[in-house]
Write a protein that binds this ligand. Structure first.
Ligand code: GLY
Length: 350
């Protein structure tokens, strides 16, 4: 494994450092780590906090200082600027100052919106994330990307604002519905191809820790997404297109899973990887119980048009692809090769 070494404490908590100079922070992973919140808040020196939680009050840990609980609006529909304004108003009502802190407790839409509100309020106050979905634990809560949606598209208004700590409590995952697991495992599967190593036979907490460790290493090297951080979007170009083409009936992790199988086939078609590595893409995605076929419905032309809108595509069609030296962003890929690769993919029945 090439990720940042995972520190495992006596209590079985995995600790991973996101190294960003004086903005460095720790991600703790394990059962019950939410109860470290009071220690983390004491370390920040906050005198009071606002906790924005999508979980019932009894599942929100004691921050150890006076607190105000705000019920989160967890979901893409409410991930917008009016919710961010409402959050900032609630921070002001509570009298939060720049030396206080905000805590988010919920899925990726909660950590994204609360993170952005924390970035904007008083031009930035400390935020601690307690992600409660697998997707948020392995990806969304780590790395400081905060954003909300516009009617024009997802995550179009945001800021880089690193948390002071992330507490990934695996107890929160025990009640997740199956599609939520799939959503998170899509991101874990793509880690196999971006340098995290083979995570298939590891216990869940170690899969999360290894995914976070690889992300921490990438974010430390390229916080502002100017190069290396593109690797985190492995499988995402087709994945995002599939989400949009199905009006988000396909979940993010499902799209990324199909996009990962496609990325393997495309890399094979371009002669970048041998056939056995193309098959490895299918095997890994299948191992996690993820979809591998294109959904019925969206046609090749529609998917290519959507993929041309990808933010990375400054020169024709661009994909993060595996190759002899590992994954990298490859631009200017001919549309006919992309179309032929899409057409070669099996399709689910309508
Ligand atoms: N979710 C991709 C990133 O944080 O860059």
């Amino acid at each position: 494994m090439t990720g940042t070494p995972v520190q495992q404490s006596a209590t079985d908590t995995r600790r991973i450092a996101v190294a960003l100079g004086e903005r460095s922070y720790e991600v703790r992973i394990g059962a019950g780590v939410r109860h470290d919140l009071a220690e983390v808040i004491a370390g920040i020196g906050a005198r009071q906090v606002v906790v924005v939680s999508a979980r019932p009050p009894q599942e929100t840990p004691d921050p150890g200082v006076p607190s105000t609980l705000v019920r989160a609006r967890d979901g893409e529909r409410d991930k917008n600027l009016s919710w961010v304004e409402e959050l900032c108003r609630r921070f002001a009502d509570a009298g939060l100052t720049r030396s206080d802190a905000v805590v988010s407790c919920g899925g990726g839409t909660t950590t994204d919106a609360v993170g952005l509100a924390a970035a904007l309020y008083h031009r930035g106050i400390p935020v601690v994330h307690l992600p409660t979905s697998l997707l948020a634990q392995v990806d969304a809560s780590v790395g400081g990307k905060t954003a909300v949606n516009l009617p024009h598209g997802k995550n179009l208004v945001g800021a880089y604002w690193q948390p002071r700590a992330v507490l990934c409590d695996t107890d929160y995952l025990t009640t997740l519905p199956r599609r939520e697991w799939v959503n998170g495992y899509g991101e874990i599967a793509r880690c196999h191809f971006i340098g995290a190593g083979d995570l298939r036979d590891l216990p869940l907490a170690d899969q999360i820790a290894a995914s976070v460790a690889r992300k921490a290493q990438i974010v430390s090297a390229d916080e502002r997404d100017t190069g290396l951080r593109h690797l985190l979007n492995y499988g995402h170009t087709l994945g995002h297109a599939l989400e949009r083409a199905t009006d988000f009936r396909l979940r993010h992790g499902e799209g990324v899973a199909i996009g990962t199988v496609f990325a393997g086939r495309l890399a094979g078609a371009l002669g970048r990887i041998p056939e056995r590595r193309v098959t490895e893409h299918l095997d890994v995605v299948r191992h996690y119980g993820l979809p591998t076929e294109l959904p019925a419905g969206p046609g090749t032309g529609e998917l290519i048009a959507l993929m041309r809108l990808d933010k990375k595509a400054t020169d024709g069609l661009a994909f993060v692809l595996d190759g002899p030296a590992g994954a990298e962003l490859v631009s200017g890929i001919p549309a006919d090769v992309v179309a032929a690769t899409l057409d070669s993919m099996p399709r689910a029945d309508a």
